[in-house]
Design a protein around this ligand. Structure first.
Ligand SMILES: Cc1cc2nc3c(=O)[nH]c(=O)nc-3n(C[C@H](O)[C@H](O)[C@H](O)COP(=O)(O)OP(=O)(O)OC[C@H]3O[C@@H](n4cnc5c(N)ncnc54)[C@H](O)[C@@H]3O)c2cc1C
Length: 373
């Protein structure tokens, strides 16, 4: 049925846009995906995933491909002290058969898996082409001078969305939350049982496996102002931050850091657009509409679920406006919870706040995420 949608344009080839393209093409919609990056690259950091993300992977048909190259683990261990004693374990039950409750993968590896699925679904992919202007009736102009009209336009063009800027000029501005995150790629430590985290003085560190042999480090740091950090200072700065933890495992990680560690530094910002998330034939999904900080490692998950729910609502509705409204209504509370709870976790971390509240929010958010979509 697809609410009368025969043609759809997906603007943006990140995880959200790729998921939408796969889901709609499988429903028989003629889907075109445009992506400004001619090489369709994803930057080289690890990404953490949950059992719920694997549930979405199964719907998208990419769980087996993920299992071949990514890593699956189970609970989250929180460690402390000079012996790396496990002081708390946050349970992460599996959500689908064939998967565990946690995991990780390198972003470029996941992007490749999804790009293969996009092409296999018969999507027309146009790389190096950006959408530059559009209207609510589905007319879109591209950077190469061309233009076309589509029954449905999906703005999946990320945090700095052109689509949002064009049609939602009233949208709230991105907010810097006073915290930044460091990430680095390293060999998988043999003693790493599962996702492991350490709480430090206004700092939080964690290690997650991304394959059978590799892992990635993440470390959040309070930074009241969003100043530029020169790349040549990355190694010594990250080493100094790791030196603030008494952990022997983090000390070994620190000693192993060097110029090849693929260190990425990222100031953290968030943005949540109030409903409505559609205007006419144009709908926003993913970071374009709800960009979260990574405290629950769920931003990509939310974008994948948006795509799944959007496809479901289009399939069952008879009119487009009803389908797009039903989509956003189903997504709002879940996405709001992720953005706002993640922001509260950041606040507790940068103010040295109550650790029990921190653990309670993580636990209740995990329970919330595990609910059906
Ligand atoms: C530091 C950090 C760590 C994170 N860690 C995790 C994690 O561990 N787990 C997790 O689930 N999530 C995590 N996230 C969140 C996750 O990365 C994002 O939610 C997710 O990548 C958003 O995907 P997206 O496709 O919506 O947007 P994007 O990834 O931003 O993709 C948008 C795409 O649109 C393209 N584009 C932009 N403008 C145009 C245009 N005009 N025309 C055509 N193409 C265009 C861009 O080139 C880009 O490819 C993290 C986020 C941050 C900031």
């Amino acid at each position: 049925m697809n609410a009368g949608v025969k043609s759809a344009l997906v603007i943006g080839g990140g995880f959200s846009g790729m998921a939408a393209a796969i889901m709609l093409a499988r429903q028989g919609v003629a889907v075109t995906l445009v992506e400004t990056d001619p090489d369709w690259q994803s930057y080289g950091a690890g990404i953490s995933l949950h059992g719920v993300t694997f549930r979405a992977f199964k719907t998208l048909g990419i769980l087996d491909a993920f299992a071949d190259v990514g890593a699956m683990t189970d609970d989250v261990d929180i460690c402390a002290g000079p012996q790396d004693a496990v002081v708390m374990t946050l349970p992460a039950p599996p959500m689908v058969e064939g998967a565990l409750g946690n995991g990780g993968i390198m972003r470029p590896a996941l992007a490749r898996i999804m790009a293969d699925a996009v092409r296999a679904a018969g999507v027309t992919v146009r790389l190096g082409v950006g959408a530059t202007a559009l209207d609510q009736d589905g007319h879109v102009t591209f950077g190469d001078g061309g233009s076309d009209r589509y029954d449905l336009v999906i703005g999946a063009d990320g945090f700095k969305s052109t689509v949002r800027a064009a049609l939602w000029p009233e949208a709230p501005k991105a907010r810097y939350i006073g915290q930044a995150v460091w990430r680095a790629v390293m060999p998988r430590p043999p003693e790493l049982r599962t996702v492991t985290m350490w709480m430090g003085p206004r700092l939080k560190a964690g290690i997650n496996a991304v394959s059978a042999t590799e892992s990635y480090l993440f470390l959040t740091e309070d930074r009241p102002t969003n100043d530029r950090v020169p790349p040549e200072t990355f190694v010594p700065t990250l080493k100094a931050l790791l030196g603030k933890f008494p952990s022997p495992l983090l000390a070994r990680v620190r000693d192993g850091l060097n110029a090849d560690s693929q260190i990425v530094y990222r100031p953290l910002e968030n943005m949540l657009l109030p409903l409505p998330w559609h205007k006419g034939r144009v709908v926003l999904i993913g970071d374009a509409v709800h960009a979260t900080t990574p405290h629950m490692a769920s931003g990509a998950l939310m974008g994948l679920e948006d795509a799944i729910v959007l496809a479901e609502e289009l399939a069952r509705a008879t009119d487009l406006d009803g389908a797009l409204g039903a989509f956003a209504t189903r997504r709002w509370e879940r996405c709001r919870m992720i953005v706002e709870n993640s922001a509260r976790l950041a606040e507790i971390e940068v103010t040295g706040g109550d650790q029990k509240e921190h653990a309670d929010i993580m636990r209740s958010t995990m329970i919330g995420i595990a609910q059906p979509i």
